[in-house]
Ligand binder design. Structure first.
Ligand code: DGL
Length: 364
């Protein structure tokens, strides 16, 4: 005989089960809240802080107008992914970047990263010289903690401005343990690039930051980084350069190679006090017959000459298109001219021996 279904008994049992579960839940330790990383946002200017007349103004706007607090306020979700504090280090369109700004930024980054209450840094920056600042920091930051540079190709007032999401991705990346020890990173357009290899490859498109042949190192997707490879070159804590006591950097300039070029730019820059010259040569760093004598004379005056290439990709071969042993010149390896200039500036703080400088170009 079946026991008659007793609704009252069933409800009593259900209530007992619910109360037990609740009691257990109360007794069980609450899962510890996830400790959010402490991320410092250092703002320096650029289009990411730019303002335009209308929501469709993406050229002819004013860069470096919006302050760091406003940049942070434009991304309310940041407080869910990190403990954020912001500093307006300076406010410039990055085409106006200077050695003084670089030294101020690098010293501030190193001071902050030495603090236990700072887990990572995001730097908002104009895109025009972002690759240069990133590479400079890649060579002088003395920490394994993440340093991420972000920018924007549309001003903050534009429809579908890319700045806010680039800031969000930059903070998520800087707060990610897996970003540590990978050198200074550049993060725009959902892509993660290494400071050494990335360059601004287009005047205006959102995907302008690329490493054409060496490639990106990862993606930002679904609120986290996905890494696929790393640069094989030394950086940050493994680099030999120390700027902590510097107020200036050696003067190094770039001369461009092209058909029918003359020696005038070389002579003018040497006369203006250049301590180093990067020759952005055609092809594999070739030297025009009109320019070679000027570079030889510059070397005799103590100027260090680096043979680079205007192509921006590939290895400039030592003793290939010119006899570097005879010229006592250095080759740039795969660094583009603007990054070769940065490495030579830092090298000249330590040495004027071309063999030692060449070692540095094969190391960083
Ligand atoms: N003036 C340029 C700069 O600050 C605008 C380019 C940008 O930031 O995207 O680099």
């Amino acid at each position: 005989m079946q026991t008659p279904f007793n609704l009252g008994r069933y409800l009593a049992l259900a209530m007992l089960a619910l109360c037990t579960a609740t009691a257990q839940a109360k007794n069980e330790p609450v899962a510890p809240a996830v400790k959010l990383a402490n991320i410092r946002i250092l703002a320096t200017g650029g289009t990411i802080a730019g303002t335009g007349a209308t929501s469709t103004t993406t050229v002819g706007y004013a860069a470096a107008k919006v302050g760091v607090d406003q940049l942070i306020e434009a991304v309310p979700v940041l407080k869910q992914v990190a403990n954020i504090t912001g500093e307006q280090l300076f406010q410039v369109a990055s085409e106006n970047m200077t050695d003084e700004y670089w030294l101020k930024l690098a010293k501030r980054v190193n001071t902050l990263l030495a603090q236990d209450d700072v887990d990572g840094i995001v730097i908002t920056h104009g895109t025009d010289t972002l690759e240069e600042t990133a590479y400079f920091l890649n060579l002088v930051v003395k920490s394994r903690k993440p340093v991420v540079l972000v920018g924007a190709m549309r001003p903050s007032t534009a429809m579908s401005a890319d700045g806010p999401f680039n800031i969000y991705n930059g903070v998520v990346l800087a707060a990610s343990p897996e970003a540590a020890g990978k050198g200074v990173l550049v993060c725009l357009n959902d892509q993660i690039n290494a400071a050494r290899d990335v360059t601004k490859a287009s005047t205006a498109t959102l995907d302008t930051f690329r490493a054409p042949e060496l490639g990106l190192i990862g993606y930002m997707q679904n609120n986290k980084p996905h890494f696929y490879r790393l640069s094989a070159r030394k950086h940050t804590v493994d680099a030999e350069f120390d700027i902590s006591n510097l107020e200036t950097l050696p003067k190094v300039d770039i001369v461009y190679g092209y058909a029918n070029v003359t020696r005038a730019p070389v002579d003018a820059l040497v006369a203006a006090g250049a301590k180093g010259l990067i020759h952005a040569g055609v092809g594999d760093g070739s030297l025009h017959n009109a320019v070679k004598p000027a570079l030889i004379e510059a070397r005799k005056q103590g100027v260090i000459v680096v043979r680079g290439s205007r192509t921006g990709n590939g290895i400039v071969a030592r003793n290939g298109e010119a006899n570097d042993d005879e010229l006592d010149s250095v080759v740039s390896d795969t660094l583009n001219p603007q990054k070769a200039r940065i490495l030579l500036m830092l090298a000249l703080i330590k040495t004027h021996q071309t063999s030692d400088i060449q070692r540095m170009f094969y190391t960083y």
